[in-house]
Write a protein that binds this ligand. Structure first.
Ligand code: PLP
Length: 424
């Protein structure tokens, strides 16, 4: 196979005609495949379904003398705080164990910033003349949607294999209207990169002009290796405390990709002063989260060793799916020089950069052939990828056989779109 840039016009035309036939054949098959969202597959859900029966009697519902069936313990049961503190490397008093997932806790934090302000706010963000947020790109679409829905101005920050461009970040936080930053520091969505130590240090030592700058440290994939051993990760609460900004960071995590997405447990780790402030607002909002589910998780996961052992079993299911994606791209696309992609060792995604100007076309061709991908541009604020290049691949949901087929089709669509772009 020759690189597409070296093909003559006639060769490109011949290649396109050949690919078009293959593509038409896929379209005629009436397929319905999905590589759009980072959902665990059925096999992973089966793996954790003992969670459904781990509490089966009234007696099972007592924990540290607390009856979890009743109101109380707004910020979480002590055993769940201990479990997540151990997993995240923080202290139990820095943990709030919330409801079924973490995105809602993130939204709630931003909503509180707008309605009431954060601990060090001079006024609620709704009364600020302008609120800007730093958005490392490509990033998680739902973060950007939260910012968008509150009317923030989003400032894209380029990412490389070490994390966000810190020169840009350090310059921008001198502006007091820059109120925060979205970060997925370990196995980022979608790139699957781990922020380097140097980047993490620079983030911890940021000195934003806004006294209430909120570092949203979304550690969604904190123990989610699918290849190799668990990679220990530094505790951002400790680092920010050491840097003299203990209240700057709000760390989030959940069991969505450990047990059941949508029926897991979400966690917010923050300084004790932040926790006190948040609790003072939360106590108006709810009387108690679902402590029965918290206890189920504690009994099922037990401790860090138990949880990491479970993650190894998830990894056995996930690894072949990521291999299928990378093998297809390495074999079919690499020799053609028309795209680049990441090679993560954990998380839920592969980030694919198609030939600039073709991502939308690729996603549309895939849709027509019956394969749903995350919308092109979704990984950028307002859905606007300036290069129209980035595509997020989410390989976890389909079985390997379906995934292989979806990847075959994706490779054909990448090739067709690149040829069209090069001119035929
Ligand atoms: N944060 C990131 C980076 C994610 O990728 C996801 C889900 O894909 C979430 C948060 C959602 O987590 P939860 O289910 O805990 O709301």
């Amino acid at each position: 196979m020759k690189a597409y840039s070296e093909l003559t016009l006639q060769e490109r035309r011949d290649e396109l005609a050949k690919l078009q036939k293959i593509y038409d054949d896929y379209c005629g098959r009436g397929l319905s495949l999905n590589m759009a969202r980072g959902k665990p597959g059925a096999e992973q859900l089966d793996l954790v379904s003992d969670l459904l029966t781990v509490l089966s009697s009234a007696d099972d519902c007592y924990d540290d003398g607390i009856d979890v069936r009743n109101y109380g313990n707004l910020t979480g049961i002590p055993s769940a705080k201990r479990l997540f503190a151990e997993l995240l490397g923080t202290k139990p008093e820095e943990i709030l164990v919330g409801g079924n997932a973490s995105l809602n806790l993130m939204y709630d934090l931003i909503a509180k910033a707008y309605t009431h302000g954060l601990l060090h706010s001079e006024r609620p963000w709704s009364r600020e003349p302008s609120v800007k947020f730093l958005c490392p790109v490509p990033g998680y679409d739902r973060h950007f949607k939260i910012s968008q829905s509150f009317g923030m101005e989003m400032i894209p920050i380029p990412m490389d294999e070490n994390g966000p461009d810190m020169d840009k970040v350090e310059a921008l936080v001198r502006n007091p209207s820059v109120k925060g930053m979205w970060c997925v520091p370990k196995y980022s969505n979608p790139g699957g990169i781990i922020y380097s130590d140097a980047v993490i240090d620079r983030i911890a030592y940021l000195k934003p002009a806004a006294p209430d700058f909120a570092l949203i440290w979304d550690n969604a994939y904190f123990i989610h290796e699918f290849s190799g051993e668990f990679v220990p990760f530094r505790d951002m609460l400790t680092l920010c405390r050491e840097a003299g900004s203990p209240d700057m960071v709000y760390e989030f995590a959940s069991t969505s990709k450990i047990t059941f997405p949508g029926a897991g447990v979400g966690v917010l780790a923050a300084s004790v002063d932040n926790q006190k402030y948040i609790e003072s607002l939360l106590t108006i909002e709810t009387i108690s989260y679902d402590k029965i589910n918290q206890l189920r998780h504690v009994r099922f996961l037990k401790d860090k060793a138990g949880t990491l052992a479970l993650m190894k079993r998830h990894a056995q299911i996930l690894a072949p799916k990521f291999t299928a994606v990378l093998d297809a791209l390495d074999e079919e696309i690499a020799p053609l020089g028309i795209a680049n992609w990441t090679r993560p060792k954990g998380g839920y995604f592969v980030s694919l950069d198609a030939m600039p100007g073709t991502a939308k076309r690729v996603v549309a061709l895939m849709k027509q052939a019956g394969v749903t991908l995350t919308g092109a541009g979704a990984t950028y604020p307002l859905g606007m990828d300036p290069l129209d290049s980035n595509i997020r691949i989410a390989p976890t949901l389909p079985p390997v056989s379906e995934l292989k087929l979806a990847m075959e089709i994706l490779c054909v669509c990448l090739r067709i779109s690149a040829l069209e772009k090069l001119g035929v």
